[in-house]
Design a protein around this ligand. Structure first.
Ligand code: AMP
Ligand code: ZN
Length: 496
């Protein structure tokens, strides 16, 4: 079965066919860096990182670009509050975001462009739109002329006339210089104290929607890209406005597939900074191994709203724990196996013949229930996993396939099993978990030595009154899921 995605543009599930066979050009809108990211922001990161991993597993060479928006009112306000430059704020939170991403096992993008590094190209795009009659300048603010774009609204499938009248009622100061309420800002003039760049329209900075148009195509080296993704709140106006600019400028389609994740809610309300009901990834990391968060995020299909709660995190922790326990048991079986080589019975469970060749693999359908069934063959679970992932990244069913494999492992690998058999089953669990970015082989022994060494280093730093280093080590351990307790008998550690 081919890989299929739900495409917001066509409102349908479509088979994925990249522009160039074997290659994927993918862009994901990244966060605005003025604060620690919250777990709502983590949802697109985890979901699209998993999409990337799965496409890589399927043999695609994925060029994955995700930006940091490092010029924005929120960054400027934070800088003013702290009395530092915007750059200090954005650099700080880029570094913190990268730490959180690593702790969630989100792979670094092929390129992480910064908006502030791409201003000349943004100016060129706006100039091009102006030359083609799609943009106009009013006193240093440049607007996009939406009425001239006959395709405007094609992504969000909105009724533009209704939107226009809605906007008209809400007219705010400054808006009346626009020709149309749906016109949006491409370039805004500088206010005192704000970062600015020189431009044909005076000192100022680009609008947010222009940034992604430039960064995506520049680093994917293509006018048209395969996949553009982000949270569903970005469909309108952000992605609609990106399409308008790129397509009016180039006359070509911007992206073939538009993927959007649904929200992460808390108490059935969208988690967001403006509502103040958010939890940062850092806060969750103090209480849980962030692999638990990753497991939780993938336990629902990405287009379904996911509600965050303590109970669902505990359930995710228990589920991940079951996989880890199975892997630990398999490690144990391998260490204590009495025989090395596969027996014939084991071979048949792995679906290989005596010469190590794969025997043919069939999935039969139970005529009564319609269920897919297969005799005792481990390959069933990978098949189930791939079916789920090909079906618009159904990670919930992919996790279920891993559980079926874990159940199989717990039954078929026994004290009598050969080392090769236990290893093959373990490799299969590891391989499927790795596609979801889940780390399940927690080598207790190695970890203990590592932790003890870090604690000793922290003690030495404290003795030398290097408290910054001591704190840094404690944070590093926290990221690994280890909590330190200073007791009268010295430092004790425990797992979160
Ligand atoms: P922002 O920094 O607000 O531009 O958000 C960065 C990314 O996180 C965007 O793709 C948003 O759509 C996404 N996002 C923000 N809040 C949530 C949420 N509660 N659930 C899912 N995605 C979110
Ligand atoms: Zn964007």
């Amino acid at each position: 079965m081919a890989l299929r995605f739900y495409n917001t543009l066509t409102k349908s599930i479509q088979e994925f066919h990249p522009i160039t066979e074997g290659k994927v050009l993918m862009y994901v809108c990244g966060p605005t860096v003025y604060n620690l990211i919250h777990i709502g922001n983590a949802r697109p990161m985890i979901v699209f990182d998993t999409a990337r991993r799965y496409m890589t597993y399927k043999g695609y060479d994925v060029n994955y670009v995700s930006n940091f928006t490092d010029v924005d009112d929120k960054i400027i306000n934070r800088a003013i509050e702290e009395g530092v430059s915007s750059e200090v704020i954005s650099q700080r939170y880029i570094a913190e975001t990268k730490k959180d991403m690593a702790a969630m096992n989100v792979l670094p993008a092929t390129t992480h462009p910064l908006a502030t590094q791409e201003i000349p190209e943004m100016i060129s795009l706006i100039q091009d739109l102006e030359n083609k009659g799609y943009a106009y300048n009013v006193n240093g603010t440049v607007y996009f002329r939406t009425r001239k774009d006959t395709q405007y609204g094609k992504l969000s499938h909105k009724n533009l006339d209704e939107l226009r009248s809605g906007f008209r009622d809400l007219k705010v100061t400054g808006e009346d210089q626009k020709e149309d309420p749906l016109d949006f800002v491409l370039w805004k003039p500088m206010k005192p104290g704000e970062p600015y760049w020189e431009s044909p329209w005076g000192k100022g900075r680009p609008g947010w929607h222009t940034e992604c148009c430039v960064m995506s195509r520049k680093y994917l080296h293509s006018t048209t890209i395969d996949i553009h993704a982000g949270g569903e709140d970005l469909i309108f106006p952000h992605h609609e406005n990106e399409i308008a600019q790129v397509e009016c400028s180039t006359g070509k389609e911007f992206a073939h597939y538009w993927l959007h994740n649904a929200f992460l809610n808390i108490n059935n309300e969208k988690m967001s900074k403006s509502l103040g009901n958010f939890l940062t990834v850092r806060q969750i990391g103090e209480k849980y191994d962030l692999q638990v968060l990753r497991f939780f995020m993938l336990s629902a299909h990405y287009r379904r709203v996911l509600n965050f709660s303590e109970e669902s995190m505990e359930a995710a922790k228990a589920s991940l724990g079951r996989i880890r326990t199975a892997v630990r048991t398999l490690n144990d079986r391998m260490a204590h196996a009495e025989t090395e080589e596969l027996t014939d019975a084991e071979r048949s469970k792995l679906g290989v013949d005596a010469a190590g060749n794969r025997i043919s693999f069939t999935v039969e359908t139970d005529p009564e229930t319609g269920d897919k069934i297969l005799s005792d063959d481990m390959r069933l679970f990978r098949w189930q996993f791939e079916q789920a992932m090909d079906d618009d990244l159904n990670t919930a069913d992919a996790e279920a396939a891993i559980f079926n494999l874990v159940k199989f492992a717990n039954i078929v690998v026994t004290e009598e099993s050969s080392k090769a058999f236990a290893a093959a089953v373990k490799d299969e669990i590891m391989s499927l978990c790795d596609i979801l970015g889940l780390i399940v082989d927690v080598q207790e022994q190695d970890l203990t030595a590592d932790i003890e060494a870090k604690i000793a280093e922290r003690q030495a730093a404290r003795k030398a009154k290097d408290f910054a280093r001591a704190d840094a080590i404690r944070d590093e351990l926290l990221q690994m899921g280890i909590v330190l307790k200073d007791t009268r008998d010295g430092v004790r550690w425990e797992r979160k």
